[in-house]
Ligand binder design. Structure first.
Ligand code: RB5
Length: 150
C-alpha cells in the first residue's frame, strides 16, 4: 500500500506524527508537503495529494490542516476523489465501508494525536463493502460527469 500525505502549516505537526506512525507500521508513503509550520495555502496541498491518488500511483491519501475542512474541500475538487473529514473512529470506518473514501482529512486543531493515529489505522484497515454502496458511490461520479460537461 502506498499513501500520499500532505498538509498545510495548520496540519504540519499532525502530518509528521502520522508519517512516523506509518513508518513504524512499515507502510510506504510520499510526503507532498508542506515542510514546516510557515504559513501556506491549503488548496495547493489538498490538490497535490488528490492528484497523486487520482493518478493511481498511490492507493490512498491523507491530508491535514487546522480543521481538516479546507484541505478536504480542495481535495474533493479533483474528479474521482472522495475525501472525508473524520474526527471519530466510527466515521473513519464508515467512510471506507460505505463511501469508499480514498482520501482521509484530519484536523490538527480539532483532535489529539492519539485519536488521529487510531483513526488512520481504522481507515486504512477497513475495506469498501460494495453492493448497494457501490451504486451510491457511482452516483457521486455521475454528479461530477454532469458538471464536467457544462
Ligand atoms: C490555517 O490557519 C487554517 O485556516 C487551515 O489550516 C484550515 O483549518 C482550513 O480549513
Amino acid at each position: 500500500m502506498k499513501i500520499a500525505i500532505g498538509s498545510d502549516h495548520g496540519g504540519y505537526k499532525l502530518k509528521e506524527a502520522i508519517k512516523k506512525h506509518l513508518e513504524k507500521k512499515g507502510i510506504e508513503y510520499k510526503d507532498f508537503g508542506t515542510g514546516s509550520t510557515e504559513s501556506v495555502d491549503y488548496p495547493e496541498f489538498g490538490m497535490k495529494v488528490a492528484e497523486a491518488v487520482k493518478s493511481e500511483e498511490f492507493d490512498k491519501g491523507i491530508v491535514c490542516c487546522g480543521t481538516g475542512i479546507g484541505i478536504s474541500i480542495s481535495a474533493n475538487k479533483v474528479p474521482g476523489i472522495r475525501c472525508a473529514v473524520v474526527s471519530d473512529t466510527f466515521s473513519a470506518e464508515m467512510s471506507r465501508a460505505h463511501n469508499n473514501a480514498n482520501v482521509l482529512a484530519l484536523g490538527e486543531r480539532v483532535i489529539g494525536v492519539g485519536l488521529a493515529l487510531k483513526i488512520v489505522d481504522v481507515w486504512l484497515e477497513t475495506e469498501f463493502e460494495g453492493g448497494r454502496h457501490e451504486r451510491r458511490v457511482n452516483k457521486i461520479g455521475d454528479i461530477e460527469t454532469k458538471y464536467s460537461m457544462r
